[in-house]
Design a protein around this ligand. Structure first.
Ligand SMILES: Nc1ncnc2c1ncn2[C@@H]1O[C@H](COP(=O)(O)OP(=O)(O)OP(=O)(O)O)[C@@H](O)[C@H]1O
Length: 371
């Protein structure tokens, strides 16, 4: 990770974790989102329907003012999870509760109310901002749609929102293409903030930005979290970014969460072989901690036909035997470190059944990565 990024980000994480006793703002149980695979007429006639198992049985919780980072390789289902949690997608199965209410099947006015309370920020603000509207109109639209302000009151609120995200209100008559990437993301944040949401799902919000601009946007999001009491689901493939934003981290592989816990524990004592491999792939982490670099070979298997048993067994550096291919390990609580309050979960992988000496002797990571 760039030290320029590290030194520019302020550390203000520390929300109340749902795991530590607070009522969760958001929770999902057994959440699935499957997409139909496009098939030819003959395939449809003679074959079974095929489905992309993009999100395949996710349990998670998020407390008020908390940030849950969601990480994993490209295609593991992070964006689909974010869109399903925010009900931009309808779940295939499972339940979602938000602010004490089940929202999995919300429609009509309930869905409209949810659209106000749960906002989404996307990676590429240019494609999510209407190019034919001025940025002032873009930020003002949700105020009108949700009957929050009209006329002069709306204009005043738009000016306040511009200032809140570090943009001059004088820029409000310009169009999105006239702004830099960082400025456009600020417009996207102002639009999300306009309706004073409780939760923002940020899908790779800084991935397209230069490192110095990434830090500015992250600092802005952290300040707004404190000011507005926001909760975030922060999706990113870059662990370095997620580390600085998140109170807790959920690691996804092939549509499932394989490990979840406080950020400190995930980075200092990763328990799942996939988490260890992801961390080992960050150069500065391997350097700092003297970990052996273990490369993940190949690409994840297709989510159309996921492997039996543990979804990671086909690439796992700690693969043991056919046991790994038999039963799918469930997420279960693991011992927590002295520093962390919230409970931590990991996939109950067979590696854990081995005794400690056996594991140390066989581990491709050596003794210096927890597990
Ligand atoms: N609308 C859709 N129709 C069919 N398949 C989809 C759809 N959206 C996503 N997928 C598939 O679902 C799987 C998960 O995709 P998703 O975009 O959620 O992953 P991701 O982890 O966010 O990846 P990335 O980091 O590259 O954005 C992928 O195999 C993807 O091709």
């Amino acid at each position: 990770m760039s030290s320029q990024f590290e030194s520019s980000v302020t550390d203000t994480t520390g929300g109340q974790s749902a795991e530590s006793g607070g009522e969760p703002l958001l929770s999902a149980k057994g959440l699935k989102k499957h997409f139909p695979v496009e098939q030819s007429f003959l395939d449809r006639l003679f074959g079974d329907d095929e489905w992309v198992h993009a999100v395949d049985g996710v349990d998670l919780t998020l407390a008020e003012r908390e940030t849950l980072g969601v990480v994993g390789e490209s295609g593991c289902g992070k964006s689909t999870l974010g869109r399903t949690l925010s009900r931009l997608y309808e779940p295939t199965a499972g339940t979602i509760h938000f602010d004490g209410e089940e929202i999995s099947d919300a429609e009509g006015d309930r869905l409209k109310a949810l659209r106000k309370d749960v906002q989404v920020i996307f990676q590429d603000p240019l494609s999510s901002l209407n190019p034919r509207k001025t940025v002032g109109e873009i930020v003002g639209k949700p105020l009108a749609v949700h009957d929050i302000a009209t006329g002069e009151a709306k204009d005043e609120r738009v000016a306040e929102l511009f200032e809140e995200v570090g943009l001059s209100p004088d820029l409000r008559d310009r169009y999105p293409h006239e702004f830099s990437g960082g400025q456009r993301q600020r417009v996207g944040i102002a639009r999300a903030l306009a309706v004073e949401p409780k939760l923002i799902i940020a899908d790779e919000p800084v991935s397209a930005l230069d490192v110095s601009v990434q830090a500015q946007i992250i600092n802005l999001m952290k300040r707004l979290q404190q000011e507005y009491g926001l909760s975030y689901v922060f999706i990113a493939h870059d662990l370095s970014v997620v580390r600085h934003v998140s109170d807790r981290i959920a690691v996804m592989y092939l549509g499932k969460i394989v490990e979840e816990g406080p950020t400190h524990d995930i980075f200092e004592a990763p328990a799942h072989p996939y988490t260890k491999s992801l961390l080992a792939a960050i150069p500065s982490i391997t350097g700092e901690m003297g970990r052996r670099t273990v490369h993940l070979d190949g690409n994840p298997p297709s989510p159309i036909d996921p492997p039996s048993g543990c979804p990671f067994h086909t690439r796992c550096p700690e693969y043991i035997d056919e046991e790994c291919e038999a039963d799918e390990p469930a997420l279960q609580p693991v011992e927590q470190s002295a520093e962390s309050d919230p409970e931590r979960h990991r996939s109950a992988c067979h590696w854990n059944d081995r005794d400690e000496a056996d594991r140390a002797a066989q581990s491709p990571y050596g003794n210096d990565v927890g597990g």
